[in-house]
Write a protein of this length. Structure first.
Length: 326
């Protein structure tokens, strides 16, 4: 890419996003400016970018100090300030309650990714695997723009974030082969077509113009999209990026059952009692699940036996919590 293409990417992207009223985090502004300025900004492009950002700061929330730094980069062409942009720190904005009960694991190691796919993601379940992806600003050395694959497994309450932006073409093919095998064990559900992962998926998007945020709003699950255009190829993902990517996969389960969930219960308790999952493939219970049901039954029998000795309500309430019943 030449200077015109780099700065054209930044100008075009921010013009499109900001003029239609999309909210963007300060860190994303930093990422886009740093990428677009790799070969410097021409005077005209730099001034236009700065005015665009300053005039739409109500959608971004830049403080006066960082706005001044952008002015020095974009208007005055300061190379030193430009080089300092990657080290700029921003306060975290994302605090999803779901992640108090759902774990996440991030890795860029091919051997670890393959091991997770072969062992963790092939475990049978009635629930599908929910998959979302994030892309890079430009084409990567492996020929794709796929930077991150996020997979949510409901049963284990685990979100896997596979960073694949540094993978070679051969390594990406190895991941795709494993995804093909995983799909024989579990249904893979995505929001919209996800052709970048090269496997068969079930699309939960009901209309091509329906955004993920709009679908989440319909079932009263708040998500934010301010990190959409952040740099997913940075050396280390920010906590906001991790929470954003994890929630994009988690919310697919909410959309699938049509309700918000209270994850403090096991299994999670839906806010609506009349849920009807769109994608649910019943499988026989595992020995572990059967054993757990037997344990709960034993506890309920104890409650009946002790009805004259203790307050049975407390025992039944504890059992209801374990079952996730209302």
């Amino acid at each position: 890419m030449n200077q015109r293409q780099y700065q054209g990417f930044a100008v075009g992207l921010l013009t499109r996003k900001l003029t239609r009223g999309d909210r963007i985090s300060p860190a994303v502004i930093r990422d886009i400016i740093y990428f677009g300025g790799q070969l410097g900004f021409s005077r005209g492009a730099g001034v236009a970018l700065f005015e665009l950002i300053r005039n739409n700061n109500n959608l971004i929330g830049l403080d006066a100090n960082f706005l001044m730094k952008l002015e020095r980069v974009l208007v005055r062409g300061s190379a030193d300030v430009y080089k300092s942009l990657p080290y700029e720190q921003f306060p975290a904005e994302y605090f999803y309650d779901e992640l108090d009960y759902i774990n996440h694991h991030t890795t860029a190691n091919l051997a670890e990714i393959v091991d997770i796919m072969q062992n963790e993601l092939r475990v049978g379940s009635s629930w599908p695997l929910y998959v979302d992806t994030e892309g890079s600003y430009s084409q990567l050395l492996n020929g794709s723009k796929l930077a991150l694959i996020t997979i949510f497994d409901v049963d284990s309450r685990m979100v896997y974030l596979f960073r694949v932006h540094r993978m070679s073409y051969e390594q990406m093919q190895a991941i795709f082969r494993e995804m093909k095998i995983v799909e024989t064990y579990r249904r893979i559900v995505t929001f919209g077509p996800e052709s970048s992962i090269n496997c068969t998926t079930s699309d939960i998007q009901r209309h091509p113009r329906l955004s993920l945020q709009a679908a989440a709003d319909r079932i009263h699950v708040p998500i934010s999209k301010t990190e959409t255009m952040s740099n997913w190829c940075r050396p280390q993902l920010r906590d906001d990026q991790i929470q954003y990517a994890a929630m994009d996969a988690i919310v697919l389960h909410n959309i699938n059952i049509g309700s918000a969930l209270d994850w403090s219960y096991s299994p999670p308790r839906p806010h609506r009692p009349d849920i009807t999952p769109r994608f649910f493939d019943p499988v026989p219970p595992t020995p572990r699940q059967i054993h757990r049901v037997a344990e709960i039954r034993y506890e309920m029998m104890e409650a009946v036996d002790w009805v004259w000795d203790v307050t049975v309500v407390d025992i039944l309430e504890a059992t209801n919590t374990q079952l996730g019943l209302a």
